[in-house]
Design a protein around this ligand. Structure first.
Ligand code: CA
Length: 372
């Protein structure tokens, strides 16, 4: 055999064995062989508004990225960056709008300064619960109406996770009536803060890392964050004993995935399908994850001496009234009025149904638990 032929055959044999070895290792290491779509290799960047420490929220974007990679034979690679690494937390929308990054994961109520109606893509005081929001988004007019708003920002938006109803926060003393709120210094951002302001609360804006020392030193009397799982990690129970519920200002905050319209339009149809499906998986992941983690954290907090209290009825009534007034103020703008009317009408019917069957059932289960 000529040396050249030998080299050629050896090279062929080697490449064949590499291919076979590749198949064998696919089959043994990671289940069935990966489907090769033959689509383009893409690398996108996703800017999150959240830090890794909010692991339940941050992870939702990683769930999305992992699934998109799997569905596209690893060809469509989305890298997830925590808040501040590529862009600051509250500039995610702008960054996607300018296509500095192809995707974002954020809360649309951060951007109500750009358009007050963006709140309806996330949550409003006394608004929809997580399940009601998903119903409105996927099966009502929600997705259609919010996508029309986001078209002004050259963004496609998709629901991207929910905390479920939040807690009303930590107070260093008991609240018996609206009168007790006057002059109370509370960390509460967003529209909830504006409502509390109308009830006489001195509203403070404090970043997450500074809430604990502010409570400890008495710079503030109360603070809200998320719910048992996230609140426990920040240690609030050590510096405020009274834990109020419900967090009526965030009854079902929906997070959103933002996709640059230009980047979306360049995606092959099968990549678009993969990405859209993955947003739904991330949405389910985050809510079910919170629902799995909160009960155990709640129990630990109660076992540790935290006292829970419902907000007094007059506080709930006054807050609901102020919220109604505040949300109705935007209706002089026809675009705001359209989404406000649709959301409100949807909620009226949804509340009636949920209060009837769901609430009656869970209320009975709570009052009369069985001891299996
Ligand atoms: Ca909150």
């Amino acid at each position: 055999m000529e040396r050249r032929d030998f080299m050629k055959k050896t090279a062929l044999a080697t490449s064949a064995s590499v291919v076979l070895a590749g198949c064998a290792s696919d089959a043994s290491d990671s289940g069935p062989p990966t489907v090769q779509t033959g689509g383009p290799r893409l690398r996108w960047r996703l800017a999150s508004s959240f830090s890794r420490s909010l692991d339940t929220i941050f992870k939702a974007a990683e769930v999305l990225a992992d699934r998109v990679r799997q569905l596209t034979g690893e060809r469509f690679d989305i890298r997830v960056y925590p808040a501040g690494e590529l862009v600051p937390a509250f500039e995610v929308l702008e960054s996607v709008q300018k296509a500095t990054v192809q995707m974002g994961h954020s809360a649309s109520y951060y951007y109500i300064g750009k358009n007050p109606a963006l709140a309806f893509d996330c949550t409003v005081p006394f608004g929809l619960t997580a399940r009601q929001f998903n119903a409105w988004a996927y099966h009502g007019s929600g997705q259609d109406l919010t996508q029309r708003m986001f078209a002004d920002f050259n963004i496609m938006n998709f629901p991207g996770g929910n905390t479920g109803i939040q807690m009303g926060g930590w107070f260093n003393r008991e609240i018996h009536s609206v009168a007790d709120l006057r002059g109370l210094k509370m960390r509460i951002p967003g529209i909830g803060g504006r409502v509390m302001d109308r009830l006489g609360v001195t509203v403070q804006q404090i970043p997450s890392g500074e809430i604990y020392p502010a409570l400890e030193r008495g710079v503030i009397d109360a603070a809200e964050w998320v719910g048992p799982y996230d609140d426990e990690k920040l240690g609030f129970a050590r510096v405020a004993r009274h834990y109020y519920y419900p967090g009526w200002w965030e009854p079902g905050p929906n997070l959103s995935f933002y996709v640059s319209q230009a980047a979306w339009d360049r995606l092959p149809a099968d990549y678009q399908h993969a990405l859209e499906g993955a947003t739904m998986e991330a949405n389910m992941y985050m809510l079910s994850r919170y629902d799995a983690l909160n009960p155990a954290a709640f129990k630990r907090l109660l076992d540790g001496g935290t006292e829970i209290h419902p907000f007094p009825e007059d506080v709930m009534q006054a807050a609901a009234e102020s919220s109604r007034e505040l949300l109705a103020e935007g209706t002089s703008d026809p675009a705001y009025a359209q989404i406000y009317d649709n959301y409100t009408e949807w909620q009226t019917d949804a509340d009636w149904w949920f209060a009837t069957a769901e609430h009656a059932y869970s209320d009975f289960r709570h009052r009369v638990p069985d001891r299996r």
